[in-house]
Design a protein around this ligand. Structure first.
Ligand SMILES: *[C@@H]1O[C@H](CO)[C@@H](O)[C@H](O)[C@H]1NC(C)=O
Ligand SMILES: *[C@@H]1O[C@H](CO)[C@@H](O)[C@H](O)[C@H]1NC(C)=O
Ligand SMILES: *[C@@H]1O[C@H](CO)[C@@H](O)[C@H](O)[C@H]1NC(C)=O
Ligand SMILES: *[C@@H]1O[C@H](CO)[C@@H](O)[C@H](O)[C@H]1NC(C)=O
Ligand SMILES: *[C@@H]1O[C@H](CO)[C@@H](O)[C@H](O)[C@H]1NC(C)=O
Length: 607
């Protein structure tokens, strides 16, 4: 009799005490592999008369098996003689192609999208602002050498595994459970997780989050340093690494960007913003709106929630708030967010607020409230992901919220101008801001202030325009440009006043990837002292690099290939920088070169 002994053991020390997490699988001579339990069937093969006598046995795992590292042993029983042979280890993953994989595959809908959401090792991350979106390529690297073992290590080092190994191993058949463990382990808060967040602008002792371009560097660095946190991550880095780990484990996953993402700390679904009477935004609120926030969605069934919640689930690895005692978030069913089913675990109210909160804008002077207004459309203005099979953006806002809440009418053309947040005053003065062109580094920022007097009387107004810089997840800092003047407006008149912020007013010493501007205008009616405000936040796009591969459609393996990288310097001064070239599966090492003033670089590599 032959028996294969399957030991489910993620650490060698547990081999001896594995007990119930091991299975005896008798090898049968006839029969079919089972879908519901471990089975082993002797394969029929013609004997090889010249070689050593060999038996082939195929071993099948059930769809309900837990993922992880298994040790295999073969036990041969002949009469009274029992011999055990070690057969080595296997790593078992989720199988999104298996129709009976109970918690994962809702196969008809997911269909061929698995090519993108499991197999694709490159992607695009969206940043910037809805009117001036920036897409950034990312190497997920889930198939790079060593990455799968590191992902297994991540499961083994989780607090769940460390506190109760047996329970953790048993629960690892459930993608809902796995997603929650990974969401906590990708950040290093409260465990031995992968990435340390830092939004301070000072990234000494680590890597500036904007400089990462793929997940393998981060995961390898974590493993090489004996699992000390890698410095530093920000939201898109946390999300991209989480996407890598989930795809490596076989769980279909995509990276999502929510533009104008609310971080509602007090759970009242309203984000307060304070301005002074001169149009300067004040740092007075604990709540904040991130210009963009990045998380992932993974595809799974939700038997724990009953019918109707299978499909995409939000998982967020960025440490924002604790969920049941740890920095993690989700899985929250996108369908539950859409239906505002706040009781459907996990963390639906938090994600719901991120895409739906209202913004209350308050103008204050000497602690006295001068005016308030509410904006119901700004938050969650656009929810975006990469379109499968292409390098374009897919708008998935309507999966999270009804069309009514969508900001369609405000943004007729996201790439040209954006008409912003208009505000009707109590006494019939309206103001809005209009960017004339998506801002690009090196150019002036041109915009119109549009004021309408709806009243039958002429008005004398004071106009205060204020521009502050900010980072994507924080309140603005100092004012770098302002304009104050008096405006006379006739009854029923609409005035359009053009302004230009010159490049040298916002120029920085160093390029900052997520450089944002908060622009606000306050109009004061001199007679009634009423005030109205309009504001707009936007990013300034950096000059882009373009890459052209010579003879793109006739690349031959193991022959050098020429790629041309072009950078157009938009500044009127010379710039210098460093070019980093990487390619998953193509280049073993990253290539780095310093470039000074040169506009065209030719790069040769062995593909
Ligand atoms: C039979 O075994 C020999 C020696 O191991 C090997 O070289 C040969 O390829 C095998 N033939 C078949 C058909 O597997
Ligand atoms: C593990 O699974 C058990 C039984 O399915 C469940 O009761 C328990 O809550 C799970 N543990 C965690 C941490 O999810
Ligand atoms: C970010 O990194 C800098 C430089 O090492 C450090 O001084 C700062 O305390 C870090 N900030 C946080 C929030 O960890
Ligand atoms: C302003 O417009 C309103 C309605 O559009 C009109 O009734 C009123 O006569 C106009 N007033 C002036 C001074 O033009
Ligand atoms: C940019 O603005 C400055 C100051 O308003 C102006 O002198 C300059 O001509 C502008 N440049 C362009 C290219 O419009």
């Amino acid at each position: 009799a032959l028996t294969i002994f399957v030991l489910y053991s993620d650490t060698h020390s547990s081999l001896l005490s594995a007990g119930p997490v091991s299975v005896d699988v008798p090898v049968s001579r006839l029969g079919q592999p089972s879908l519901t339990q471990w089975s082993a069937v002797l394969e029929r093969r013609l004997p090889n008369l010249t070689g050593p006598r060999a038996l082939s046995v195929s071993l099948s795992s059930p769809a309900s098996a837990s993922i992880g590292v298994y040790t295999l042993q073969l036990r041969v029983e002949a009469h009274l003689n029992v011999k055990t042979h070690s057969l080595g280890q296997i790593t078992l993953l989720c199988n999104p192609w298996c129709q009976s994989e109970c918690c994962l595959c809702v196969h008809t809908q997911l269909n061929d999208l698995r090519t993108e959401y499991v197999r694709s090792d490159i992607g695009l991350l969206f940043k910037g602002s809805p009117g001036n979106m920036v897409s950034r390529p990312w190497s997920f690297d889930q198939f790079e050498k060593g990455i799968l073992d590191i992902c297994m290590k991540l499961l083994q080092l989780s607090p769940q595994h460390q506190t109760d190994m047996r329970k953790d191993l048993q629960n690892r058949s459930d993608p809902v459970y796995i997603g929650r463990v990974i969401s906590a382990m990708v950040n290093s808060n409260d465990d031995k997780g992968v990435l340390m967040g830092n939004w301070s602008g000072d990234y000494s002792g680590g890597v500036n989050p904007s400089q990462w371009s793929g997940s393998a560097d981060i995961l390898k660095k974590w493993a090489e340093s004996q699992f000390r946190p890698v410095k530093y991550g920000q939201c898109w880095v946390f999300a991209a690494v989480m996407c890598t780990v989930m795809r490596a484990l076989g769980i279909p996953t995509r990276v999502i960007t929510n533009f104008n993402s609310a971080h509602d700390t007090d759970g009242n679904m309203v984000i307060e913003e304070y301005y002074n009477e001169m149009g300067k935004k004040l740092s007075m609120s604990k709540d904040s709106i991130w210009n963009f926030h990045v998380w992932v969605e993974s595809w799974m069934k939700r038997p724990d929630l009953g019918q109707g919640y299978e499909g995409w689930q939000v998982l967020d690895a960025t440490p924002q708030e604790k969920s049941a005692g740890m920095f993690r978030c989700g899985p929250a069913a996108v369908k539950a967010i859409y239906q505002q089913k706040v009781e459907a675990q996990y963390d639906v109210p938090f994600v719901y607020a991120e895409v739906n909160a209202d913004v209350r804008t308050i103008i204050i002077k000497d602690k006295k409230v001068l005016s308030t207004s509410i904006d119901k459309k700004r938050v969650g203005a656009l929810i975006a992901t990469k379109r499968p099979g292409s390098m374009l953006m897919q708008d998935i806002t309507s999966e999270y919220k009804t069309e009514k809440g969508k900001r369609k009418s405000d943004c007729p053309d996201r790439h040209q101008t954006s008409r912003i947040h208009a505000n009707a005053g109590h006494h019939g003065i309206e103001v809005s801001l209009q960017l004339l062109k998506a801002p690009v580094v090196g150019e002036n920022i041109s915009f119109n202030v549009i004021i309408t007097n709806n009243m039958a009387a002429p008005k004398l107004l004071k106009k205060h325009v204020n521009a502050q810089n900010k980072e994507y997840n924080r309140n603005p800092t100092g004012t770098f440009w302002e304009a104050h003047d008096d405006v006379k407006i006739a009854p029923n008149e609409t005035l359009t006043i053009k302004h230009e912020i010159p490049f040298n007013a916002y120029m920085l010493k160093e390029a900052v990837e997520d450089y944002m501007v908060n622009l606000a205008v306050v109009i004061e009616d001199v007679e009634s002292q009423e005030r109205v405000l309009a504001s707009e936040e936007f990013n300034i796009r950096s000059p882009t690099l373009s890459v052209q591969i010579q003879n793109e459609f006739s690349v031959v393996i193991n022959t050098p290939q020429v790629a041309t990288v072009t950078f157009t310097n938009l500044f009127n001064v010379a710039v210098s920088g460093e070019l980093t070239v990487s390619g998953s599966g193509l280049l073993e090492e990253k290539a780095q070169m310093t470039c000074v003033k040169s506009d065209i670089l030719v790069f040769k590599a062995l593909f």
